[in-house]
Unconditional design. Structure first.
Length: 93
């Protein structure tokens, strides 16, 4: 895009003589700058999302480890108490 804009800027006088608005190149330059800012914001958002997802995966993994540890402790402490162990969800007995 910038190559075409550079050529248009270099030949602005000729293009204006042929009917192009003098403001067109300025408007196109502003539109390209806005587009590039939007692209960069999108890229930054994607990087943040990927980082947040990785952080979330790490937290979920740590919580899962803690739950397994606590499950083992509960089994050890209350495993022979049928009434208490019967109150546990099926997957945690």
């Amino acid at each position: 895009m910038s190559g075409m804009l550079e050529k248009a800027t270099a030949h602005k006088e000729l293009l204006v003589k042929r009917g192009m608005s003098e403001q067109l190149i300025t408007d196109i330059t502003a539109a390209i700058a806005e587009f590039e800012q939007t692209l960069e914001a999108t890229r930054a958002g994607r990087r943040e999302h990927v980082g947040a997802s990785a952080d979330l995966d790490s937290v979920v993994s740590e919580i899962s480890q803690q739950v397994r540890l606590l499950d083992g402790l509960v089994r050890y402490r209350f495993g022979d108490n049928v009434e208490l162990m019967g109150a546990c969800p099926e997957g945690h007995r």
